[in-house]
Design a protein around this ligand. Structure first.
Ligand code: MG
Length: 470
């Protein structure tokens, strides 16, 4: 009897020891006993050039820069759309907007009158991680359908605190001058929600960055002993800009810089919290932005740095954004010049946590975990730049071809279907100035194959953003 018990105890000991070794040495194994927490900090309309670590001369973002310097700074990181709603849907599902009902013919994003949302049949990162018992929270801007059935609480999130769509919607009166006037929360009747209830209207946007972070710290504190997923899509720096008193007048970049400073300070509060709880080495932080800068907003909009154009376009400035990954002891510090995209977050997080990637549908993302851990070459080799239902441009490693060009939010907003594509060496020429279409016909032929193979896999869903009252 005693001998048997001893044998069982030994077997258990060996099993437990092996399991914990495996968990320590190989994040991403399904037997991972202490899977990492995941925090995605998602800016709104912050451009490629708006961080000091990405070259801005008068915006100071020391806390975000620390994540970039001590983690990985990705300089070729893309989002799947140049506007809010489809970019957010793709980040959460790992699928191009066209596959998830977030491409349309009339509207590019959801509005307060919209009847649609991210279809609940889609599987979000939150739903994927809940399979492993994660606690899930979203604090910030949702913008994937504000009617009951589409709220975050029906898309895998245990907790929601934030605004359901953009901070410039529900405008009391429309006019560009309202964006540039003295900030007044009463000009935008946007609601602040907790779970499924409106708790404040209009949302007091002066304090919203601070209050999102207060809620995020509470969420982290409460769930410190469980694995958690915190999605933190800030509503700044989308115009209308708001900052709290403490930050007004602090930046040489002016009001936009003040708002960036406040976001940066609050990113620092998150990392300090993780450190004080001793969970920083078991928490992956991803920091990026939903699309490029909104040039319509002049100095109240951000900067794409050396990239061309901005929000709403398929030029680099619309869809290339800062990408930062930080997890001390796991993410090997460095600058990554290979490609990565927001589509890749779902499979990468699955790999790091041991969560199952949905297998009953096409996932457009690829697993970047080997780049994060070992600085391996990125498996992401090509990317389609969609605008609504159409592919406007494609990048395949070194080259990017444009088939349709169009700017956005400008009077001369003409859509041009090009007879001959434009071809840029995007590594040499990130500003897209020097066309090489005549020099590389074989590259363009290869692009055609990529496009036609991709199109064969696309099944369009009803256009959720075009669903409006009769
Ligand atoms: Mg945006």
């Amino acid at each position: 009897m005693n001998t048997n018990n001893g044998f069982i105890a030994l077997v258990l000991f060996v099993t437990v020891t092996l399991c914990s070794c495996e968990a320590n040495s190989s994040l991403g194994n399904a037997s991972n006993e202490n899977p990492p927490n995941v925090i995605i900090i998602f800016m709104d309309d912050m451009g490629y050039g708006d961080l000091s670590s990405f070259g801005h001369p008068t915006i100071q973002t020391p806390h975000i820069d620390r994540l970039a310097n001590e983690g990985q700074k990705w300089t070729n990181f893309y989002v799947a759309s140049s506007v809010c709603s489809p970019s957010r849907g793709s980040l959460l599902t790992g699928r191009y907007p066209i596959r998830i009902g977030l491409a349309g013919e009339k509207h590019r994003v959801f509005f307060p009158e919209s009847l649609g949302g991210l279809p609940t049949s889609e599987i979000t990162i939150a739903e994927m991680l809940k399979e492993l018992g994660y606690k899930t929270g979203i604090i910030g801007k949702w913008h994937l359908g504000h009617l009951q059935e589409y709220l975050p609480t029906n898309q895998g999130f245990d907790y929601y605190y934030g605004i359901p769509y953009s901070n410039d919607m529900d405008g009391v009166k429309w006019g560009l001058e309202t964006f540039f006037a003295e900030p007044d929360i009463n000009m935008w009747n946007v609601p602040l929600m907790e779970n499924e209830t409106i708790i404040e209207r209009p949302a007091n946007q002066h304090t919203i960055t601070k209050r999102y972070t207060d809620k995020a710290l509470e969420f982290i504190q409460e769930n410190q002993n469980d694995p958690f997923f915190l999605y933190l899509p800030h509503s700044m720096v989308h115009t209308p800009l708001f900052a709290s008193e403490d930050f007004l007048g602090t930046s040489k970049r002016g009001f936009y810089g003040d708002v960036m400073s406040e976001v940066d300070f609050n990113v620092g509060r998150i990392t300090s919290k993780l450190e004080s709880l001793g969970i920083d080495e078991n928490t992956l932080i991803v920091f990026t932005s939903d699309n490029g800068p909104w040039h319509l907003m002049l100095e109240h909009g951000g900067s794409a740095g050396l990239l061309k154009d901005g929000k709403g376009t398929t030029w680099e400035g619309g869809m290339r954004v800062p990408g930062i990954f930080y997890m001390p002891g796991t993410v090997t510090p460095g600058v990554i010049e290979d490609m990565g995209t927001s589509l890749d977050l779902l499979p990468t997080i699955a790999s790091l946590t041991g969560a199952p990637v949905p297998s009953d549908r096409i996932i457009d993302g690829v697993d970047l975990s080997a780049v994060l851990k070992d600085k391996a070459a990125s498996p992401r080799d090509h990317f389609f730049y969609y605008r609504m239902r159409e592919i406007y441009a494609v990048r395949n490693r070194t080259f990017k071809a444009h088939y349709i060009t169009q700017t956005a939010y400008k009077k001369d907003n003409q859509r041009r279907v090009l007879e001959q594509p434009l071809l840029y060496n995007i590594l040499h020429d990130p500003s897209e100035k020097y066309d090489h279409a005549d020099d590389y016909p074989e590259v363009l032929a290869e692009f055609q194959v990529l496009i036609s193979n991709h199109k064969k896999t696309v099944k369009e869903l009803p256009f959720e953003m075009d669903r409006y009252p009769e």
